[in-house]
Design a protein. Structure first.
Lengths: 280, 151
């Protein structure tokens, strides 16, 4: 099928994009990489009256580091997360996660900001950024605000963004060179969204663990993290922590996988990630 | 909406509706029907073309988005001349059955060749081509062809 007609804007600056979005609000959709939005439009599951293409807006793509953070502008392509040495050095977990995102053709267009704003419960980049405790900079004509990635996801496909807001930058605390990380997922085919994905980073003494595909939003595994923090990093403590973690989970169930299967996958992936990352 | 771009090194100018997909622009307006359209949802990879050096799904871009860009389609690989090296190994290794997916596969590989990133192991070739589906399941000869080119 073909997309329904829409009015097309190609702002050259962020301010122009913000003004357009403020004017059209809910009638407008932002076009970033288009790898999720355009299929929806082709099937007319999305029929925005106005499309605001961010691809020509200056200054919205790029990666740099400062003292504390790796800063990624949101129109940065997913493939860049794999290819750019700044990412592999300062946030290697994110680069590892990006390898599981789609294929080279979709990663060449798809953006990190688009992945976040789309907020798919099984997506790889959101769960990695939750594990990494990233901070997100959000702008509108009303001003600028910052929100933690850990508070950004509200429900499946629902983020904290208001209709007039644009996600601008993702700031990730830089890890030390000796930090260890592991990203694993189970999916039916390479490049598909995960059924379950696990992201773990150990930058001693800080241990971060998050899961995708279990609930409507990425789950930061605080019970497991607390247990390992209090009881040490032994095998027994991992098992205890995993049991505690899943005690209050109500897992997603759909045609792809039952909730029970998802939980089982998550347990296996967590064990594998932790044994890869923790000192034995 | 006015659109100016380069397609296979030729200047192209057109007036198109914003909703026109790049794949349809290439096939219906430019009559370059080598680019095939499979799923129109970004899954099959048949419509892969190269835009500014990157392999992309032409069914997931609007034609107006390539304004000012350089586009390469499968017709640009050999032009009217002999097959290029990539096409030749596909021919020699019978790396196609029905041929529907072939243009997309060639363009994905050509983008990797242009970057000097052509994979050289069986696993890496399969990963590089994971975004191109061959419904005849003729993958083995495709992989053989790529590996022959690397050697």
């Amino acid at each position: 099928m073909k997309p329904a007609a829409f009015e097309f804007f190609r702002p050259q600056t962020l301010d122009e994009a913000l003004r357009l979005l403020a004017e059209h609000q809910d009638d407008a959709r932002l076009l970033a990489g288009g790898q999720s939005l355009v299929p929806l439009m082709n099937f007319r599951l999305a029929t925005p009256g106005v499309l605001i293409d961010l691809n020509r807006a200056a200054g919205l793509a790029g990666i740099h580091v400062d003292d504390a953070f790796l800063r990624i502008r949101t129109m940065t392509r997913q493939q860049e997360l794999i290819d750019n040495p700044l990412v592999t050095t300062h946030a290697p977990l994110l680069a590892a996660a990006a390898r599981f995102v789609g294929h080279i053709q979709t990663r060449s267009r798809g953006t990190i900001g688009g992945s976040l704003a789309y907020a798919d419960p099984s997506a790889e980049l959101p769960v990695a950024l939750v594990a990494l405790d990233a901070r997100l900079e959000i702008k509108s004509t009303r001003g600028t605000r910052e929100v933690a990635a850990r508070g950004f996801f509200r429900d499946a496909l629902v983020s904290d963004l208001a209709p007039d807001e644009i996600l601008i930058e993702i700031a990730i605390p830089r890890v030390r060179p000796l930090a260890r990380f592991s990203f694993r997922e189970f999916s039916r085919r390479h490049g598909d969204f995960a059924i379950v994905a696990a992201a773990v980073q150990y930058d001693p003494p800080q241990l971060s663990i998050a899961l995708a595909g279990i609930e409507a939003v990425p789950r930061l595994c605080t019970h497991l993290m607390d247990t390992l923090h209090m009881n040490g990093l032994s095998r027994e403590s991992i098992e205890l922590g995993i049991d505690r973690e899943f005690a209050d989970v109500t897992p997603n169930t759909d045609l792809q996988a039952s909730g029970e299967f998802r939980c089982q996958l998550a347990r296996v992936l967590l064990r594998d990630c932790l044994s890869e990352v923790l000192p034995t | 909406m006015q659109l100016r771009c380069q397609v296979n090194n030729e200047e192209v100018e057109a007036d198109v509706a914003p909703r026109l997909l790049l794949s349809d622009f290439i096939r219906h307006e430019l009559r370059l029907t080598g680019t095939n359209v499979g799923c129109e949802m970004g899954v099959c990879g048949a419509c892969t073309v190269i835009v500014n050096g990157n392999p992309v799904r032409s069914c997931l871009m609007f034609a107006v988005q390539v304004d000012g860009c350089e586009v390469r389609t499968v017709e640009g690989l050999a032009g009217d001349g002999p097959l290029n090296a990539l096409q030749r190994v596909f021919h020699e290794h019978h790396a196609l059955q029905c041929g529907y997916c072939t243009p997309g596969i060639l363009m994905t590989l050509q983008a990797l060749i242009d970057r000097g990133m052509l994979p050289s192991t069986d696993t890496a070739v399969r990963e590089a081509l994971s975004g191109n589906i061959c419904r005849c399941t003729g993958y083995q000869n495709i992989v053989n062809a790529v590996l022959a080119l690397v050697r």
